[in-house]
Design a protein around this ligand. Structure first.
Ligand SMILES: O=C(O)CC1=CCC(=O)O1
Length: 96
């Protein structure tokens, strides 16, 4: 199943820079591994905001939830999830 996931990062201003850098580096490693696995299909920065829009391809709601929980920035992100289905006018047969 495909999901559009919007994440807005809100790190506390009181967080030490070294801790923020550590979290971001670990987040990056996990995100890149999930992209290599095919589960995190797209990752886009929202211009002008500390936010991203992503497309995930996972078995269902529970897998998506469990995956998002593994992200080190999870406690510091507002996350919105929208389930996607194939548009009848889409010419891409890999859309599900
Ligand atoms: O910077 C972000 O938008 C948060 C994030 C998600 C995956 C990643 O590497 O950073």
């Amino acid at each position: 199943m495909l999901f559009k996931v919007s994440m807005t990062v809100r790190l506390p201003h009181t967080m030490p820079a070294a801790e923020a850098d550590r979290l971001k580096a670990t987040e990056r490693a996990i995100a890149q591994e999930l992209q290599r696995s095919g589960k995190w299909r797209h990752l886009w920065r929202v211009a002008g905001r500390y936010a991203n829009v992503s497309i995930f391809d996972v078995a269902g709601n529970a897998e998506l939830h469990d995956l998002l929980l593994t992200l080190p920035l999870f406690p510091y992100m507002d996350i919105e999830v929208e389930a996607l289905c194939r548009h009848p006018s889409s010419i891409h047969d890999d859309d599900r």
